[in-house]
Design a protein. Sequence first.
Length: 320
Amino acid sequence: MLSADWYSVSSTTWLSAAQHGETFIWAGTEMKRYPARYKTQARKRHRTLITGASFDADRIDADDATENLRLSLWSWQHQISHISQRHGNAVTATTGTATTTNEEPGTGAVAVIPSEPGNEGATHAPAERVKKLLPGIETEQFTHRYTDPDTGERKTRTEHRINAVDPSVRVCDGCFLAQKCPEYQPGEACAYEMPVRVRTKEQYIALLDSMISMQAMRVFSMRMSEEVEGGYADPNLSSEMDRLAKYVKLKADIEEAGFTFSMTMESKGSAEVGLISRLFGAQAEGPPALSPAGTVSAENALSQMGVMDAEIVEEPTRNV
């Protein structure tokens, strides 16, 4: 209905609200259609909108067919009005009777107008328009330093980075919060802005902290709603709790800084003098090459190599 060019359209889908338990909700700019298996989540999600439209949300939650059908009719009326605004006024057929002034002649001959000779004109190219960046995007110029792989010289070049910014194109008249926004003014642009900028690790951590705080407030608010409605386990609350746990784990992984180094060394008795012999001596009972004064422990030998933290696993003594 939104994509096709029509002059007349008819639909009985709105009856599915009463026949099949579907939920239709006009969300301000588009129609939301939820099958019966998603009706519980959908009605909880749009409960404020349903109540604001003067419908009984409790009766709809209880599967009252009449109230759900009223919501469906209201939503479809807004949908048709929205389509009519996009397509213009529909064509209305008029009826009338033939008169002496408008009736067709009965001669049966059809007058043919001869075509005028001439060449078709060439199609004109469209006028050039000034290109603009999409709203919400800006570019930032910066200097990039690099090493020339051929000469090894340090060089610089100018590059551009793409940044996401507040688009500032939202207007009050087209906002779905127009009836409830405290800053609503007819014909004005949105009074709010979202100056989010994430470039450094500290800014990234601060953003995660904000998201964790907001998500925690949502979880606790939904938990209170769950208790008020009788303690029924809300699947929406469970999914939001899982999302909160992911945010917390993500922050913990970013803040955790660690390094693990594992080295396994093996040498045969007939092997040449190598790293093992230099560390611990050519024979088990001989002094190592790193300490001519006498035998040193494995910890001291690793310390001389610059290894600050290592775990040494000794093989158990076997009796033959």
